[in-house]
Design a binder for this molecule. Sequence first.
Ligand code: MOS
Length: 736
Amino acid sequence: MSNEQLRLGFEGFELKAEANVPDGAPRPWDLDSKLRVVGTDVPRLDGEDKVTGRARYSYDQRFPGMVYAGILGSPHARARVKALDTKAAEQLAGVLHLEPLGDELYYAGQPVVGVAAVSEEVLDDALAAIRVDYEVLPHVVDTDAAMAPNAPQAVPRRGGDGNVVQGRRDTSGDGDAKVAAAHAAADVIVEREYRTQVQTHSCLETHGTVCRWEGDQLTCYASTQATFAFQNTLAQALKLRPQNVTVITEHMGGGFGSKFGADAWDVFCARAAKATGRPCRLMLTRKAEHLIAGNRPDSIQRCTFSASKDGKLLGAEVHSWGTGGVAPSASIANPAVYAFEAQLSDQHHVLTNAGAARAFRAPAHPQGFFALEGMIDEVAKELGMDPLELRRKNDPHPVRQRQYEIGAEAIGWGRRKADGAGEGPLKRGLGVAAARWKHNGRPGCSVRCRIGKDGSVFVASGAQDIGTGTRTLLALMVAEELGLEPSAVEVRIGHTTDPYGHGSGGSVTAPSIGPVARQAAYEVKGQLLRAVAERLGVEAGALALEGGQLTGTDTPLPFAKACALLPVDAIEATGVGTRELFSMPRFAPEVAGVQFAEVEVDVETGLVRVVKVVAVQDCGLVADPLLARSQINGAVIQGVSYALFEQRHLDPKTGAMLNPNLLDYKIVGALDVPEIVAIPFSVANGISTTGMSSLGEPPAVPTAGAIGNAVANAIGARVRSLPITPDKVLAALGEV
Ligand code: MOS
């Protein structure tokens, strides 16, 4: 260990901290680091492959003799299979394999039979030829209905009856008493109910895999955000050793938290490949994707917030209910972003007969922050205070304090009018909301880096790219350390035969593999410099790699010439993500962000148009501002979609989804996308030897809240329910 003095923070708010740097690790990047390619706009290395269609996704994998698998899903929300007649299907020419997959059915779409056939056409015919005699049982798909005393039990549960499962309740234990005392001391108390809808992940590439056996060795081209978890879950299900399963994910078309492992249909695909002796492909249909591949739970949030008349936030009390379908997973992020005197978060999961919720980009946060940020504005209104001023008064995060200034300037907060002000049917409004996320870089990954005698540089990680730009990031880390351009680095990702990388969940990927990639490059650079020094008879300590050259010699040597001095064909090092690499001082405990939205609402039609969103987002060190802006843009677009359009509609009578496609399930289109001003905000926050933190999820947190607040400002009435559709706008106006 050596002690290094680091200069952390950002311009105008700096602090010195001492870091314990492990032996053999480079000095952590901080405000004093002179970085060359890190911090510049580096285009995605695979961008051209993606836009030209050269990039091969799971969906694109084709092998000679490949068969097509699919599943027949339950048409009923709750049923039991009384009889299954598959004869007609099995007798169809080209049907090669068929398996029952389940007979006690708790949600529509739940797999009943799996089929593999020589073509997609034969597969469709086979699925249509299967006869199932269902005993249809009472179901409940609606959150409110499921909470009623005599509601059907949606799914059996251990340790109790009824569909309401108590979730997290406060953290302090005496939350009830403390929050009651805070309310009692308040000048202003606001009590409101907020609601959010179920949103499905709607990954552009549906879930699935292509499986190929060679002897007892299975290769899966999986659309997954967690190659190693996919390998492990599939191996477990098939009772194989993980080494017998190779997962390859070079590109994947969206996951957002719904693709963390091998699903039942993936396991079926592997079995079908084995049974038929042919490669097998199973990609879910769009309908199945909506029904069974995950969703963001809905929420009912009963909120009581209080404040003193000078604008000190006192109590925040939120009682929430939401459905994650058959999974009790409807958590809500509590209001920890502001410094309340007391908080109580009392959460409930409501079981219904619908596909299980899965983690969805910043789980628990967008729904929690829609209510939280609405409530903050409602308190501000009661106090007669500017909502931005109320936030600034109660927000303890030094980064957000600066971001409020930057964002307010960029959106022009000074022109914000009184709620509902303005002539004519088109009303403009401005709103603001905050974001938080954890610093989620963590130990455990490895990255391999190799330098060839021919001057080639190669880096490999078995982790996948969920879309954030993992390839580019790895190249960037290595290029910085070796004094090269990122394009000079060859990268392989997404093969489980390469060193372990975490699943892309919690926005961990860049912060976890970044420092390890840097470590690998640092170590292999050490080997190179020592080898060259020996050949040249100089001190290794005098040599350096910069600007594509080896310096410190009489005349600088081009990188490739230096490599040619290696006594072996190639040298390599595997960087290991030890705990020590991630045990640095922290400038601030969380990642901070703020967003400002401007909307235009037509008060005659109720139509909301988002005009502009300014998103200022901290992610620690901004390694590649271009990639960072791309992440922020994506999060804002998904947030606009959540705020205004998306909603899973289940028919309470039949339990069927009424919009299981991408026509009736409304997703933001190009014309609905506002002007987005994405402002990555770089903070030297320690954390690790690169200081990069999480980015994929945090900017997805505040968008709906900011839009909700902007709508309220525009029309002078509040829609407390997502999505903010014209009918709700008109209803809210009727209440004024
Ligand atoms: Mo994320 S929802 O943890 O992929």
